[in-house]
Design a protein around this ligand. Structure first.
Ligand code: SAM
Length: 371
């Protein structure tokens, strides 16, 4: 081990060792879609990943401030946050290159502030945090709920406050969720869904996943993510996926050009199709674990022509596009100019932004196994 690594505690030295083993000097941004062989490799890598996760998982029982283990976990994670092998700076912004993350947004305070804003925008727009018929269940019983790709934990924490008798677990590929201060009914855990979630079959009553359209290829959505969701939800439990359509149409030619440029870059460089909402139902059905899928969509005016809310929507949209500069934007000529020309078109427009919720119950007669 090198000099820098020797300062790490036992937990974080495991992390670094495993990370180097899996790194292969490849940028995760150029990974190809998972073949079954690759998926098998990931499965074995996942054993190592589980060790990492368990070493920095934080639970309510270990969250006491006077608890030495908790403090050492926090300091080891803080040390990790400075580690070059985990982050890469592109266009002056910090991006995660840990494990096989294909995450095209920065991993810094600015983007996390945007995600917080977006959480409250969505909650307001939808008049609630979810659409599945689980309110009674969460309110009255000891339900277990999973939030995949929980990021800062905004949804998990909000829900845990609303439903104090249920237990909430947020997972993310890297710990940006609160490590110390959180309600008693919340746990956060580090997990990469593409490697398989570290939970037994049929663990959860309700699983929620939102805004993951830049994180998976279409093949991963269908062959890995959906199957993993169906595996860890209980028979009779609910799965809800929420995605926003990434392109705003009807604004003007500069915005159309911007949409197309983003789409082409995402496809050719990352094999990602951010317009995932038209496919979610068929991917869910292909698991054969559900009978009926419910779909709701909301259109929200975005622009400067209407009210404060539509202006905040526009701010969030601009913020999102700008934050893609270090990843998607690096190969696009005159990226800033392209964005400015598009943003100028919103001035007198009432464009719409559409978001979707797909929710379905896992069939009861199927049992827990996907085999
Ligand atoms: C756009 S953010 C959405 C955050 C949150 N779901 C929300 O709606 O506010 C996507 C999150 O997914 C996480 N993520 C990306 N790939 C992942 C993976 N393979 N497994 C688990 N989390 C992942 C990222 O780290 C990031 O925090």
């Amino acid at each position: 081990m090198g000099k820098t690594q020797s300062k790490f505690t036992e937990e974080s030295s495991i992390v670094i060792k495993i990370f180097k083993k899996n790194n292969n000097n490849k940028s995760p941004f150029y990974l190809t879609p998972s073949s079954s062989l690759r998926y098998k490799k990931r499965k074995s890598a996942n054993e190592s990943f589980k060790q990492i996760s368990s070493s920095i998982t934080t639970t309510s029982s270990s969250s006491s401030y006077s608890n030495n283990k908790s403090n050492s976990i926090v300091s080891s994670v803080n040390s990790l946050l400075n580690e070059d092998h985990i982050f890469k700076y592109m266009g002056g912004r910090k991006f995660l290159i840990f494990e096989d993350a294909r995450y095209l947004l920065p991993f810094d305070d600015d983007e996390h502030a945007r995600l917080q804003l977006q959480h409250f925008l969505y909650r307001h727009m939808w008049n609630g945090n979810f659409s599945s018929p689980v309110h009674e269940l969460l309110q009255n019983s000891n339900a277990t709920v999973l939030d995949i790709g929980c990021s800062t934990g905004a949804w998990t924490l909000d829900m845990a406050t609303d439903y104090p008798f249920s237990k909430f677990i947020g997972v993310d590929i890297f710990p940006i969720y609160p490590l110390e201060i959180r309600p008693k009914n919340v746990e956060f855990e580090m997990a990469n869904i593409l490697n398989g979630l570290p939970f037994d079959d049929g663990t959860f009553d309700f699983i929620f996943m939102r805004s993951m359209n830049l994180s998976f290829t279409s093949q991963e959505w269908e062959n890995v993510v959906m199957k993993e969701l169906m595996r860890v939800v209980k028979p009779g439990g609910w799965i809800e996926i929420m995605e926003r359509d990434p392109w705003i149409t009807g604004v003007g030619p500069a915005t159309d050009k911007c949409n197309k440029t983003f789409a082409d870059e995402l496809k050719t460089r990352y094999n990602v199709d951010p317009f995932i909402s038209p496919h979610i139902s068929s991917y869910m059905h292909s698991t054969q674990k559900i009978e009926k899928i419910f779909h709701e969509e909301k259109k929200m005016i975005i622009g400067e022509a209407r009210d404060n809310l539509s202006k905040v929507c526009l701010d969030n949209y601009k913020w999102f596009r700008r934050n893609c500069k270090g990843s998607i934007g690096t190969k696009i000529e005159n990226f800033d100019k392209m964005l400015d020309e598009s943003f100028n078109e919103f001035k007198d427009k009432k464009a719409y932004e559409t978001s979707h919720r797909f929710f379905a119950m896992k069939k009861i007669e199927d049992g827990n196994s996907l085999n």
